[in-house]
Design a binder for this molecule. Structure first.
Ligand code: SF4
Length: 334
């Protein structure tokens, strides 16, 4: 049997290339090797203030971006979290088994609560819902960046706690393992922080070539290269060289190294070469997004198919969990 993978993504609207290189491109490959569940986690999104119309739009745009990037609904199960109510049901069950201290120690809670005057319980319990997201599908693996490994540790603790209490002889929930995402953290166009929409330092996955160029052109490079004749070091050029490694061919990357170190071209030439690689990879994605937007039924159909596949698994898990916990089932099922 194929191992099962679960990934969640916030409905943040249009994807940017940091999301794409850091997660989505990897999922597109994984869907051929694993039974893959990809969830647009809108219940997580509502832990921050939001406008309902805006959330709906962002959820739709995220679905378009994922499908355009290559998530194939006939291979991966792509769905929206709120369409599978078992997520919150399992989260409540897990809340009863999660030590308060474990949640207080979560780095994400400390960071998020520091920014808010009034901290809602949803922020505190966010990692419990994350554990429920993963364990509901009895996932074996979760693709994560190194900075997200702590969340997964809590899911393992919760799985262990539940197993030892309700299924001590044959653990019911697998303890999900991290599958580290190969692409490193993508630095934003400011060269300072991770690429993030809230910092305004992104390139959109669906940006037109002109818009990409407007963002690449002023991006900082190795400060040693003041003039075209100054020799540089690609490793001191975090944005452009990193993006070359992600979008350009191996021979172009070697050319960049030589031309930079030996001052054979200027940074603008280097950026134009990067633009060519980006346009080659991103144009088909942008075109697929245009096609999807012209036929919104394709998007609704894909999400309906995904949520019905996800619900089938989720209902079985909840039924088995409730049976083991002495909780009567709902009429007609889980
Ligand atoms: Fe960066 Fe390219 Fe300029 Fe070198 S030549 S500093 S890699 S933009």
């Amino acid at each position: 049997m194929m191992a099962r993978i679960f990934s969640g993504i916030q409905p943040s609207g249009e994807l940017h290339i940091g999301n794409y290189l850091g997660a989505v491109k990897n999922w597109v490959q994984l869907q051929h090797q694993f039974e893959t569940f990809i969830c647009i986690v809108n219940y997580h999104a509502i832990t921050a203030p939001y406008a309902p119309v805006d959330l709906e739009r962002r959820t739709h745009e995220m679905a378009v971006g994922l499908l355009a990037a290559g998530i194939d609904p006939s291979k991966a199960t792509l769905f929206v979290q709120s369409q599978v109510p078992e997520h919150t049901e399992l989260a409540w069950i897990f809340n009863t088994l999660t030590p308060f201290g474990e949640l207080e120690r979560q780095v994400a809670f400390k960071e998020k609560s520091a920014k808010q005057e009034q901290v809602m319980a949803g922020i505190f319990n966010y990692p419990v819902l994350q554990a429920a997201d993963i364990l509901l599908y009895l996932a074996d693996l979760v693709p994560v960046g190194e900075d997200q490994v702590q969340h997964l540790e809590l899911s393992r603790v919760i799985a262990r706690n539940w197993n030892s209490r309700f299924s001590p002889n044959a653990p019911y929930f697998p303890e999900p393992q991290p599958r580290l995402t190969p692409t490193r953290r993508i630095v934003g166009l400011d060269g300072q922080a991770k690429m993030s929409k809230s910092l305004g330092n992104t390139i959109g996955l669906l940006d037109e070539p002109d818009a990409i160029w407007e963002k690449l052109r002023p991006a900082p490079t190795d400060p040693a290269r003041q003039r075209k004749t100054d020799k540089g070091d690609p490793d001191k050029c975090p944005i452009i060289f990193q993006l070359h490694k992600a979008f350009s061919t191996d021979s172009t990357v070697r050319e960049v190294e030589t031309n930079c170190r030996e001052a054979k071209w200027g940074c603008i030439d280097c950026k134009k070469s990067l633009l060519a690689g980006m346009v080659a990879e991103l144009t088909p994605i942008r075109e697929r997004a245009t096609e999807l937007n012209a036929d919104p039924k394709k998007i609704t159909d894909a999400l309906e198919l995904g949520s019905s596949k996800a619900r089938k698994v989720a209902k079985t898990t909840i039924r088995e969990v409730k049976e083991k916990m002495g909780l009567p089932l709902a009429v007609g099922g889980a």
